[in-house]
Write a protein that binds this ligand. Structure first.
Ligand code: PMP
Length: 439
């Protein structure tokens, strides 16, 4: 017998959400306001009550082509008719192989092996495991620690968390379970700051002192994202690469946020012209349609691992190389490469510069910075989330600040008029302390 399940009203959905559903970094005791989304198209989210919000977040760096894109929809539908999933152990398929070949083609030349996984955090776990297994196979198992940057962010699983900023990552909460990694201060200089060798001295000292126990340096190239939205000079990255070579330590570049054009180059490593040994990709890989990530490495790392004691790389997720996700990623990446993305990102950069400039006049703003299609307004003190979120929604925009940061990284397809609307709304809210801070 079939029973009719009545459709829930929006109020019922919200009630059930409050009772049962965790949201990112949320509490059930002080449940945050959440906005039910009914649909999304282009750069616009439509809420269940009909309100429309212009999306400044690209769903956390992902939706570079906008929502509900016909090319991506077609790619998914066509793959669905063939198979949505098949195990990857002992089997292979066109979407995964073609995607791997394309990623090898567009990333730095020495990276030629691709490991697919489910999410950014897992891609980081895989990268760390690659580095550890590599040194084990070299007869140097003592090279087992990671060196990371303060203000870094690499994900929420335990390995990834161990290399996130210890303060914002609340390492003390998990100290019994987290590997104790090494940290150096975040780069102090901005993207354009003229180079001074003192900027690299702490990194140099740490490598000099600890290289015997270090498997790898892990960092987000050029843009430190969730740990502070900070931009640093390409020279810093070049010097890290040189130091890693000198001290025989691998370099892992986490381009989960910066990959696929966001910083103005296809991959942020290109600002510095360097090649990491291991590269993590995620987020915009599928244009924000599906969860998929990839960890690439060079032959030195892959051969090293495969010649080691295990003889194989010890990882194999159930949904590895998911065909639906790979087909979508292939379509998204081809769409990006066929588009005039460099011009788009350049135009967005100019719009953000112009649109956010009024914020730099404000007493309670400490910095306004733009790189590629990323615009950041840093305030003197942390925002009051509930207040500012409501104010931004009232202005018809979707921007999700954190800490002292009100920032946007819009879809690349956002029009000049929409960008103007987005930044104008941001300026209006940020200009009024009553709309940002504790009431
Ligand atoms: N690394 C970086 C640089 C990120 O920005 C993120 C996500 N914000 C991650 C790793 C983790 O990715 P995910 O949330 O998909 O696990």
């Amino acid at each position: 017998m079939q029973t009719e399940v009545p459709m829930s009203t929006t109020d019922e959905i919200l009630k059930l959400d409050r009772e049962h559903v965790w949201h990112p970094y949320s509490s059930f005791l002080n449940a945050p306001v959440v906005y039910p989304v009914a649909s999304a198209s282009g750069c616009t989210l439509t809420l269940a009550d009909g309100r429309q919000l212009l999306d400044g977040m690209a769903s956390w760096w992902c939706t570079i082509h906008g929502y509900n894109h016909p090319v991506l929809n077609d790619a998914m539908q066509s793959q669905l008719g063939k198979m949505s999933h098949v195990m990857f152990g002992g089997l292979t398929h066109e979407p995964a192989v073609e995607l791997a070949a394309l990623l090898v083609d567009i990333t730095p030349p020495s990276l030629n092996k691709v490991f697919f996984s489910d999410s950014g955090s897992v891609a980081v776990e895989v990268a760390m495991k690659m580095a550890l297994q590599y040194w084990h196979s070299q007869g140097k198992p003592q090279k087992s620690r990671l060196l990371s940057l303060r203000n870094g962010y690499h994900g929420d699983t335990f390995g990834a968390m161990s290399v996130c900023d210890p303060v914002t990552g609340m390492h003390h909460l998990f100290s019994n379970n987290l590997t104790q990694q090494l940290f150096v201060s975040a780069p102090v200089a901005g993207y354009d700051t003229p180079w001074d060798e003192s900027y690299i001295s702490e990194m140099q000292q740490a490598l000099d002192q600890h290289h015997g126990e270090l498997a790898a340096v892990i960092l987000e190239p050029i843009v430190q994202g969730a740990g502070g939205m900070r931009f640093y000079p390409p020279k810093y990255l070049q010097r890290v690469r040189e130091l890693c070579d000198h001290y025989d330590v691998l370099l892992i570049a986490d381009e989960i946020a910066t990959g696929f054009g966001r910083s103005g180059t296809l991959f942020a490593c290109e600002h510095a012209g360097i090649e990491p040994d291991i590269l993590c990709l995620g987020k915009a890989l599928t244009g924000g349609y599906m969860t998929l990530a990839a960890t690439l490495c060079n032959t030195r790392v892959s051969d090293g691992i495969c010649r080691g004691e295990a003889g194989v790389f010890m990882h194999g997720p159930t949904f590895m190389g998911n065909p639906l996700a790979c087909a979508t990623a292939l379509a998204s990446t081809r769409l990006l490469l066929q588009s005039d993305w460099q011009q788009r990102v350049h135009d967005i950069k100019a719009s953000l510069h112009k649109g956010l400039a009024p914020c730099s006049e404000l007493d309670h703003v400490s910095d306004v910075r733009v790189l590629g299609a990323i615009g950041v307004v840093e305030l003197e003190k942390p925002v009051h989330m509930a207040t500012i979120q409501q104010e931004l929604v009232n202005e018809g925009v979707w921007i999700r600040p954190f800490g002292k940061l009100v920032y946007v990284m819009p879809p690349y397809v956002m029009s000049a008029e929409e960008l103007e609307r987005l930044t104008a709304a941001m300026v209006r809210v940020v200009s009024d302390p009553a709309r940002c801070f504790e009431p």
